[in-house]
Design a protein around this ligand. Sequence first.
Ligand SMILES: *Cc1c(COP(=O)(O)O)cnc(C)c1O
Length: 474
Amino acid sequence: MPDYQSLLRELPAVDRLLREPLLEELQQRLPRRIVLQAAQDTIALYRKKITAFSEEGDHRQIIDLSLTLLAQEAAALAEKSAALNLKPLINATGVIIHTNLGRAPLARSAADALVAVARNYSNLELSLDSGRRGSRQEHIEDLLCELSGSEAAVVVNNNAAAVFLALNTVAFGREVIVSRGQLVEIGGSFRIPDIMTASGARLVEIGTTNKTYLRDYEAVVTENSAAFLKVHTSNYHMVGFTAEVSTPDLAGLAHKNNLLLIEDLGSGVFLDLEKYNLPPEPRVQDSIAAGADLVTFSGDKMLGGPQAGIIVGRKDLISYIRSNQLARTLRIDKFTLAALESTLRLFLDEETAIREIPVWRMLTASSESLHSRAKNLATRFAEIFGAEKVDVIPGISRVGGGALPMAELSTYLVAVRLTAEDGGPELFVEKLRHGNPPVILRLQQDSLLFDPRTIFEDQEDVLIERVLFCAKDS
Ligand SMILES: *Cc1c(COP(=O)(O)O)cnc(C)c1O
């Protein structure tokens, strides 16, 4: 009889494994079904191992079937499957608004406001002044008007929804004129032409990819035209022989022809970026001042708040948008509202916004502070890997999230060179990603790159711990 048969017989029954102290204890803390599943999976895994080994002869001595070991493996499996799938992590990539990593981390006050509203009843749709039913939109409309200079505002689920709802409300069954250079795709699933079709507006493309003039707009206006749509080409940049019509010129032509100007700004910036040596970006208040009738932008890009789509503009139009039946399907929830109100309040004072909103703190981090943080991290990494493997090098951070694609923010990176003896850099990156909290970073040739710009200062100790753990493990 081949030896593996006896090995298979040695495998414990599930019930026996579950009676191991470690797993009994775990069943007090975790749902029994999770521990049971983990025990079954562990036994199944070992059965597979034994069968695989059997094909290569007798490997009895290398398969340890002790109950303690099996219980440990089952416990680890159970812990893993009981953990939340969606969890916080450390972003060491230097990409500030990383769409895969949840875009903007909230300011502390915004997160606190969200939790307070989540754990309690709130005046979401109750006017505390009159005691009557109120609108959830009222909590932020005044703030948005003050910051943008607009007459009215409404907030929906995200900016894609904002563009869709604006078009559906003011241009259903009518023509909307867009420059070919602005028919962009953002993040794979949001394409301006598709959103327009879905909204019921008819797209009229004008100009060429690289050049569109005011006369191109003028030439296609008919009595069926409803609006001009100007789209910020957030995530790509055209250089060379290009022309685009400015918002004031476009607003002038729109109004002369009784049309509306809708502007999709994408990012939603209230502060002057040039003041911080960043490439200029159109501000919401500039578009309103230039005469745009409706302006839309995201809550979780450069605004640094929660996912939301904000529409500011003319009072009558905003009021039509609110009464559109579809507005309900794109409605903003109370958690988002709480976080958004709190974030917007921070913008009432520029210094506070820069200090408190993580996206702005990271955007404006000084070279000196990044250098000193990189040096500190490097010193601590040197204790783990040896000084000869660790360097501080100049590098580039990115804004990300389809914002400021050309901006190169100089930073200092901590580079850790790993050789095959250390298990290789790819394996290390994987281990860091699988840890708790996961650490996400860049890899360049044989070096791990850590950018202090997107690592919060209060995450540094945990980061060191994670790196130390992975280094010991290899
Ligand atoms: C990002 C972006 C959108 C989509 O915004 P979401 O909030 O992600 O839905 C739409 N238009 C432009 C120009 C953008 O940059």
